[in-house]
Design a protein around this ligand. Structure first.
Ligand SMILES: Nc1ncnc2c1ncn2[C@@H]1O[C@H](COP(=O)(O)OP(=O)(O)OP(=O)(O)O)[C@@H](O)[C@H]1O
Ligand SMILES: [Mg+2]
Length: 367
């Protein structure tokens, strides 16, 4: 990874941060992966401890319906946002929209980018317009759909607006129309949202982590998700494979035996996508490379998981020598720079929340 321009800056003394999150509750009933997108207490605590290593005062506010009132009463300088949202098409955008509305600084992408990126089909259409390669696809909303004759089997079926492998099971790949209709009908009933049918790209899989903003963003080395099984249903990063990754996956970072220039090409594409979607501070982008060497965009996570020892982003950062605390702090520092806290960060902060020095920060206690 190139030098991240803000990583050596120190955070303003007395800074108060709030972590906004949705906690896994272990609710029984519904699909087994119904809480796949939410975070465990261990993850929230790990982020808190990482921020505390630089003397930041950290409070936790759950991103539930009480959030708007609680955050208005808090004196937080900045929100470290990992909230996935409760439900709906724009769920990841809800907390950023509230914070933008209230003028409270926060880490990560804004509501527009999060709304767009959560919808896999709209993101594919948007990025195609900028020339990024992505598998051919169709979105279906009901079981009795008319199949696009241009789609070639095998195809993979995914809920259009989920992550963490949610809704991607052993039967996600279909070789014929009958199988396809079967999985679409099942998933429509379970996940209550449109299904994305996408041509299946046979080939190697990579994920790329990015830190930073605009032209100052930099990419970590791509991490290859190498499947240990030759069975096709075990060679996708499904919910089951993610949960049991030690059994099914080997992670290789940087990837071995790629044709000359391919690693750089993948990083460049990832940076181009981060910039095109106007992602902020961090993101993680998934690719599959077909046997002819085309690098296909699969999806982007502008709010990538940060579970230590589990999520791909901290894992790939670790392979590249960036430890967990450093990664979390880097996300925060990139956000602070955007709000003008650091000399390298552009315009001076206008929100009035982030203060420029110890004296001013004395009265920024938090509720
Ligand atoms: N078109 C495709 N061709 C081949 N494999 C695919 C394709 N789309 C998805 N996959 C496989 O399914 C996995 C999950 O798909 P995708 O990344 O879209 O889901 P996700 O749940 O949003 O992932 P994340 O956990 O990264 O948020 C991919 O990592 C890949 O292994
Ligand atoms: Mg993915």
């Amino acid at each position: 990874m190139g030098e991240n321009e803000n990583e050596n800056e120190s955070v303003p003394p007395g800074l108060c941060a709030v972590i906004a999150y949705n906690l896994k509750k272990g609710i029984k009933g519904g699909a087994i992966d119904s809480e796949a997108e939410y975070d465990s207490f261990e993850t929230i605590d790990a982020i808190k401890k990482a921020l505390e290593t630089e003397g930041i005062k950290v409070d936790l506010i759950e991103a539930d319906t009480g959030f708007p009132d609680k955050i208005r009463q808090s004196k937080a300088d900045i929100v470290f946002n990992i909230a996935e949202g409760l439900s709906g098409r724009g769920r990841e955008a809800h907390i950023p929209a509230i914070l933008s509305f209230l003028g409270i600084p926060y880490t990560g992408s804004d509501e527009t980018t999060l709304c767009l990126s959560l919808d896999k089909a709209i993101t594919k259409r948007y990025l195609s317009a900028f020339g990024f390669a992505t598998p051919r696809y169709q979105v279906v909303r009901e079981p009795a759909f008319v199949l696009d004759p241009e789609l070639k089997f095998p195809v993979i079926v995914k809920p259009n607006q989920e992550g963490s492998g949610k809704g991607i099971s052993e039967i996600a790949i279909a070789d014929c129309e009958e199988q396809l209709r079967n999985v679409v009908a099942k998933n429509l009933a379970t996940y209550d949202q449109p299904m994305l049918i996408e041509e299946f790209i046979k080939g190697r899989e990579f994920t790329v982590g990015i830190l930073g903003n605009g032209d100052g963003a930099s990419a970590f080395e791509p991490m290859e998700i190498k499947y240990l099984s030759s069975k096709r249903e075990e060679s996708i990063y499904s919910y089951n494979v993610k949960c049991n990754y030690k059994k099914y996956v080997e992670y290789v970072c940087p990837p071995a035996d790629l044709p000359a220039g391919k690693t750089e090409e993948i990083k460049e594409i990832a940076l181009g996508i981060h910039k095109t979607l106007e992602c902020r501070d961090f993101s993680r982008i998934d690719f599959r490379m077909s046997e002819d060497g085309t690098v296909y965009f699969i999806e982007i996570n502008p709010l990538p998981g940060l579970a230590p020892g589990y999520s791909d982003f901290p894992m790939l950062a670790g392979f590249c020598g960036t430890g967990y605390n450093e990664l979390v702090l880097s996300v925060l520092k990139n956000a602070l720079a955007r709000y003008g806290r650091f000399p390298s960060g552009g315009p001076v902060c206008t929100t009035g929340r982030i203060k420029d020095g110890a004296e001013e920060s004395e009265n920024v206690g938090n509720s």
